[in-house]
Design a protein around this ligand. Structure first.
Ligand SMILES: *Cc1c(COP(=O)(O)O)cnc(C)c1O
Length: 394
């Protein structure tokens, strides 16, 4: 990088990735082929998960996991207010209700306390609370042992939204949860354009999600219920399939799995690079405290999906909009992750005005600055230089 506009995140695609895709394109399969299972095996190995199910987005991954828990209308799931729209939308797509949890204003993470408060609110509204979706925001890992203890006590299942946390040790092994969901969108840890993966320790859940991702169809003769249509004597008819429940087309194409396999081989290198760049930010930003502070990190583990700073813009005599514009003029991109979900017109209309002060405080202060493996140390200097100049001018 170093010259030109520095975006807040971007993919790293090399010649070997291009070659892997070209080779898949020349093969026999564009969509479901042998590379899907190969990508799933590589993903399971990398995350330490017994099962990995590939699909065509992180949103699809979340939806498949929610469907596999049989979430439905009249039931509810807790979602933190600071996350991408898809975490909550995946629950709404099952017909179930979303009960938004507040977050720690310093880290943006859902905690055992805010989870319990949300479960209580759901119950008070007469919703049968069935699940909760902790989000490993920015790559910071939620306190899963504490959340799992609350979940066990309240009889709710956990689905991790791990879209920010691929590459963090133990994440995806689904040790404390029913499933963990990942995205391979270009700004995430590895890129396939669009893509997603669910990992789970539960083999039945994995089989169900594989069926749901392809129209709800089963080709497994052992599951056929109609002997007359399905069999010729003892032999299953080769064209026959059964649909025991309605499904979707959430299949990940073979061509994109080729890219995923190639990208996964570089995950460790990408993560190491993100860590080096984050440490460089920490070092260079230290003199700008307390005006600019890295967002609080309650846990040691970090996937460094985003480098987020907190700033009290009004106290600095500016607005975030002015600050973002000035950064852009200096060639430095930034983004805000995320607008609290209870402020979205859809959720406002559905659930009314609610107050989640932790989420509101986190949102007002946060700014994501450039972080991706293709950046150089000079790029970090450039970004911090721009921040420092703008601060000096406010
Ligand atoms: C990216 C992301 C998603 C959705 O993933 P897509 O692949 O874009 O559908 C869901 N949750 C979080 C936290 C994300 O960052």
């Amino acid at each position: 990088m170093s010259k030109g506009f520095l975006p807040y995140g971007r993919q790293s695609i090399d010649d070997d990735d291009v070659a892997a895709v070209a080779s898949a394109l020349r093969g026999d399969f564009l969509t479901t082929g042998p590379l899907v299972a190969e990508f799933e095996r590589a993903f399971a190995d990398k995350t330490g998960a017994p099962n990995a199910v590939a699909c065509n987005s992180g949103t699809a991954a979340l939806h498949l996991a929610a469907l596999a828990l049989d979430l439905k209308a009249g039931e509810g799931a807790v979602v933190p207010a600071i996350t991408f729209l898809a975490t909550a939308n995946a629950i709404r797509m099952t017909g179930a209700d979303v009960v938004l949890a507040d977050v720690d204003p310093a880290s943006g993470l859902v905690t055992a306390d805010t989870l319990e408060a949300a479960l209580d609110r759901g119950k008070a509204r007469g919703i049968a609370m069935r699940a909760a979706l902790p989000v490993h925001l920015n790559g910071q890992i939620c306190d899963m042992a504490a959340l799992a203890a609350v979940a066990a006590q309240r009889g709710v299942r956990l689905i991790e939204d791990a879209c920010h946390a691929l590459g963090v040790d133990g994440i995806g092994s689904a040790q404390h949860s029913a499933a963990a969901c990942f995205s391979t969108h270009p700004v995430k840890a590895i890129a396939t354009g669009e893509g997603g993966v669910v990992t789970t320790a539960d083999a039945d859940m994995a089989a169900r999600m594989r069926r749901l991702r392809s129209h709800g169809m089963s080709h497994d003769a052992a599951t056929f219920t109609d002997r007359k249509l399905g069999f010729d004597g003892e032999t299953a008819n080769p064209w026959y399939y059964e649909m025991p429940e309605v499904g979707l087309n959430y299949r990940m194409p073979d061509v994109l799995c080729a890219l995923g396999i190639s990208q996964l081989k570089k995950l460790d290198r990408f993560q190491a690079r993100r860590q080096v760049l984050a440490a460089e930010y920490d070092r260079l930003l230290a003199p700008l405290a307390p005006a600019i502070r890295p967002v609080s990190r309650p846990n040691e583990q970090h996937g460094w999906h985003l480098y987020v700073v907190h700033m009290d813009f009004p106290a600095l005599g500016t607005t975030r909009a002015r600050f973002v514009k000035a950064l852009r003029e200096q060639g430095v991109g930034s983004q805000v992750h995320y607008i609290p979900l209870h402020k979205q017109p859809y959720y406002r209309a559905l659930y009314g005005e609610i107050s989640l002060p932790g989420a509101e405080t986190y949102y007002e202060r946060c700014l994501s600055i450039p972080l991706f493996p293709g950046m150089t140390e000079r790029d970090v200097e450039r970004a911090v230089g721009a921040l420092s100049r703008i601060l000096g001018a406010t």
